[in-house]
Design a protein around this ligand. Sequence first.
Ligand code: CMC
Length: 378
Amino acid sequence: KTGFEFKPGLEGVPVTLSSISFVDGKKGILEYRNIPIEELALKSTFLETSYLLIWGELPTQDELDAFEKEIRYHRRIKYRIRDMMKCFPESGHPMDALQASAAALGLFYSRRALDDPAYIRAAAVRLLAKIPTMVAAFQMMRKGNDPIQPRDDLDYSANFLYMLTEEEPDPLEARVFDICLTLHAEHTINASTFSARVTASTLTDPYAVVASAVGTLAGPLHGGANEEVIDMLEAIGSVENVRPYIENCLKTKSKIMGFGHRVYKVKDPRAIILQSLAEQLFEKFGRDNYYDIAVELERVVEEKLAYKGIYANVDFYSGLVYRKLGIPTDLFTPIFAISRVAGWLAHWKEQLGENRIYRPTQIYTGTHNAPYIPIAER
Ligand code: CMC
C-alpha cells in the first residue's frame, strides 16, 4: 500500500498551475490567455499570438513592430550549424534533424541567466526565429541544394514557405499557413509541453527545453499523427474504399489516424477552423481525390464512433492543408514544432516563475534481495 492511486498516462492528474491556455473538451473550447482560439485564428497572426502566449498580453503596435523586427533579424543561422546539418543523412527524419539542431543552438548561446528578462526574451526570439530556418535548411540540403537565405521583406509564414521552395507563396497560402501555426501554438499540458516543463524545471537552458519537447512531439500518438493521416488517405485510395477501410479498422481494433483526443469529446475546435481553411484552399487551387476521401472518411467515422466521443482532431485537417500547400509529408511534424515552440516557451517562462523540480514517485513492482547469479549458471 503506497497511499497513491496510479493513473496511467497521468490522466486527470494536475501537474502544474497555468494561466497560458484553457481547454474544455466537452464544450469544444480552446482559449489562449483567456481569448478564444476562433478570435485569434481570424484576427491575429502567429507572431502576435506567440507574443501573447509568452508575455501574457497582446502587444501594442510598437511592441509588435519591435518584436517582429527582432525576429526578422535573428532568422539566419550560424554557418557552423548549417555545416553540422549538412552532415545529417538525407534519409533521416526531419524531426531528428530539428531536435539535434535545436539542441546545438545551446552550444552557441550558452550563457544561462534565467532570472534576466533580457535573456529570456533573446532566447525566445532566437528559437522562434531560427527553428523555421533550420527546418527549411534541412529540407533544401537533403535535396542536395544550398539552404535558401531568409528574406526580410517577407513576413514569418511567407518567408518560411519561400525558404522551403524558393518561390514566393500566394497570399492565401501564406495566410492559411499562418493560421495553422496559430492553431497549433499551444494546447495546455500535452505530452511535449509536459516534457518541456520537466526539462525547464531542472533550470537547464531553453534550447535543451525545446529539444526535449521536439523529441516528445515526434511520436505518432502526438505530433506525428498528421503524417499518418496522409499515408492513410493514400492507402484508402478512393471514396468507395472508405467504408470497408473503416470497418476493417474497427474489426481489427486499429486506430484511425486523425480521430480521437484525450481531452476533446466533441469535434476539436481547431479542426473546425482548419476544415474551412482546407475548403478555401481546395476551392482556389482545385479539389483533389484526397479531399473527397477525407470528407467521406469523416462522415463514416462520425457515423460509427461519435457515440464514443471520437471526432476529427486537429491533425486530420492540418495534414490535408499542408499537403495542398505542397509541403512534403515528413515536414508536417516539424511544422507543428515551429508553431508549438511558442507554447513551449510560454511554459518554460511560467515554470521558471515558480519553479520546483519535477520529481514524481513510482510504485515499485519488483521483488527484493534477489541473489546475483554468476553468468555461467544462468
Ligand atoms: N480510432 C479508432 N478508435 C479509437 C480512436 C481512433 N483514432 N481513438 C480512440 N479510439 C477508441 C479506442 O479504441 C478505445 O476504445 P475502447 O474503449 O472500446 O477500447 C476508446 O476509443 C478510448 O481510446 P484511448 O486510446 O483510451 O483514448 P486516449 O485518450 O488514450 O487516446 C489518442 C487519445 C489521441 C491517443 C487516440 O485517440 C489516438 O490514438 N488517435 C489516433 C492518433 C491521433 O490522431 N493523434 C493525434 C491527437 S491530436 C494532436 C495531439 O495531441 O498531438
